[in-house]
Write a protein that binds this ligand. Structure first.
Ligand SMILES: Nc1ncnc2c1ncn2[C@@H]1O[C@H](COP(=O)(O)OP(=O)(O)OP(=O)(O)O)[C@@H](O)[C@H]1O
Ligand SMILES: [Mg+2]
Length: 495
């Protein structure tokens, strides 16, 4: 059933417990020496550790075993056995992450129940892990759309730093995808099975945010009717995402700095430190340097948070990504009443490509959602776009032809198909009969462009892999991408 590592310096006790748990069907690794047990933790990978708090003969202490057992991947549950009179230390052990403790002398039956409880708890957790794993694909890098050079740089960085424990500062204007990147970092790290907890630091007053983050003891302030775990504790083993970190008050900034330095939290109204293992990601849409100059943001905290930074480019600086994003939203996120993905006219797409998007990707997504809700057909038209955008339409072609970069209803996958490569369809550029026909050159260029975009989306933006996939050299890919840029600029303003 379960792998159990047992350590106690009393041989008879080890023998009795071993016999009893083997009879329960468990695989036992019994030790009477703390150092040997400590060394065996990694090789035996136990699900449950039962350890005496004081191990006189060995030099290792039960707390060392606890610490190492909790640091395993996946962490083992720990039951502490304590001698009478060491209850305070036992409580301390609970704070350090022990699952339960038993006071000596205890009946074997008590230990049996305690073990059963621990293992069923573990089972519930792993079911939870399974569900989380299912969720993971939603935050794969391939779900973050962008073939432009600055987004490529972002992908490379995310891949490089996701599976470290570094604190990361994510920079970018509102709506550029900071939270998306934070989730991708978490779900591509070894912490993926532990919680990802986002909190917006500007959304609540100082006191509330303090007790949210750090927790509080019952009676710490009026209204604190019960003990409350803080988010740092809730996120233990996982990732805490501090959104809009610039708006944290100076008091909270110093508390945060302390947690980052000491890896311990103190609840409001409590002096006892509680150790936590949390990776912190932070995001800001205003430059922190400015805040530091003004004296409203601590420089030392800034350096702590900014060990690595990832800057997300505003959409207006990567307008080539607009068609990819439009295709992504229309195919994967928004569904028409017909059950087929929406398409969009060249004219409407050209307008979307020209707009400066002060609200970035979120604004684009909202505009498309609105258009889909208003549209009377499965092809989005200029009139379906927000009025502010329509006024910019005078410079673009009045073509009502469907934009070939967004999949046609007949050829596209069912709208609920989850495929990272589904961003742009290769065969989707066939103009519907009855719509005006472009020159063959334009048509072929559009086809090629779609295909490049699709390959890039499929490889999460990795150009080398995309080139290999397409069977062309990297240089050719770059050349074609450059040509594509020139071509698209031409499409938007000419004809
Ligand atoms: N590159 C992208 N590819 C696909 N979807 C994106 C991309 N960037 C942003 N989005 C989408 O745009 C919306 C806004 O993204 P997100 O919430 O991550 O932005 P943000 O930078 O955290 O914004 P804010 O500063 O306003 O909190 C989300 O629906 C997200 O899924
Ligand atoms: Mg956000």
């Amino acid at each position: 059933m379960a792998r159990v590592l047992l350590v106690d310096d009393e041989l008879t006790m080890v023998q009795m417990v071993t016999e009893m748990l083997r009879a329960e069907g468990h695989e036992l690794f019994p030790f009477t020496n703390g150092n040997a047990a400590l060394a065996a933790l990694e090789t035996t990978a136990p699900e449950l550790v039962i350890t005496d708090l004081y191990l006189e003969k060995g030099r290792a202490h039960g707390l060392d075993i606890l610490q190492k057992a909790r640091a395993l991947n996946p962490p083992a549950l720990v039951i502490m056995i304590t001698a009478f009179g060491t209850i305070e230390t036992a409580v301390e052990a609970m704070k350090k992450g022990a699952y339960d403790y038993l006071e000596k002398p205890f009946k074997l039956e008590e230990l049996k129940l305690c073990v059963r409880r621990a293992l069923s708890y573990n089972e519930a957790i792993s079911e939870n892990l399974f569900l989380r794993k299912q969720l993971k694909h939603r935050y794969q890098l391939s779900q973050i759309i962008g073939a432009s050079a600055p987004m490529q740089a972002v992908f490379r960085m995310v891949e490089r730093v996701a599976d470290t424990d570094s604190t990361i500062l994510i920079l970018g204007e509102s709506g550029t995808g900071k939270e998306l990147v934070a989730r991708a970092l978490h779900f591509n790290s070894r912490r993926q099975f532990a919680p990802f907890i986002p909190i917006n630091c500007s959304a609540m007053p100082e006191n509330l945010l303090e007790s949210e983050l750090f927790g509080h003891r019952k009676g710490a302030f009026t209204g604190a009717v019960a003990d409350k775990k803080g988010l740092f504790q809730e996120a233990d083993g996982g990732t805490l995402f501090l959104d809009e970190v610039a708006s944290m008050s100076p008091m909270l900034q110093s508390r945060l700095l302390r947690v980052l330095q000491e890896k311990e939290v103190r609840r409001v109204g409590d002096n006892l430190p509680i150790s936590v293992n949390v990776r912190v990601l932070a995001a800001t849409n205003e430059p922190l340097e400015k805040r530091i100059k003004e004296g409203s943001f601590r420089e030392d905290l800034y350096y702590r948070l900014n060990v690595i930074s990832i800057a997300l480019p505003p959409l207006r600086e990567r307008q080539d990504d607009v068609p990819l994003l439009v295709a992504h939203f229309l195919r994967d996120k928004l569904h028409s009443r017909t059950g087929h993905p929406f398409q969009i006219t060249r004219q409407a797409m050209a307008v979307l490509c020209q707009h400066p998007w002060p609200g970035n990707v979120r604004e684009l997504e909202n505009a498309l959602e609105r258009a889909c809700a208003l549209s009377e057909s499965a092809v989005l038209q200029l009139v379906d776009l927000p009025p502010a955008l329509q006024s910019g339409a005078s410079q673009v072609t009045a073509s009502t032809e469907v934009d070939p970069r967004v999949g046609s209803a007949a050829l596209a996958k069912p709208s609920n198909a989850e495929s990272p490569g589904a961003t742009l369809g290769p065969s989707s550029g066939r103009p519907a009969s009855g719509t005006p026909v472009d020159s063959l050159k334009t048509f072929l260029r559009d086809q090629e462009q779609s295909y490049l975009g699709r390959a890039l989306a499929q490889t999460g933006g990795d150009k080398e892999k995309a080139a290999a996939l397409l069977g062309i050299s990297l240089a050719t890919l770059y050349r074609k991408m450059a040509g594509e840029e020139g071509a698209r600029a031409g499409t938007a303003s000419s004809a």
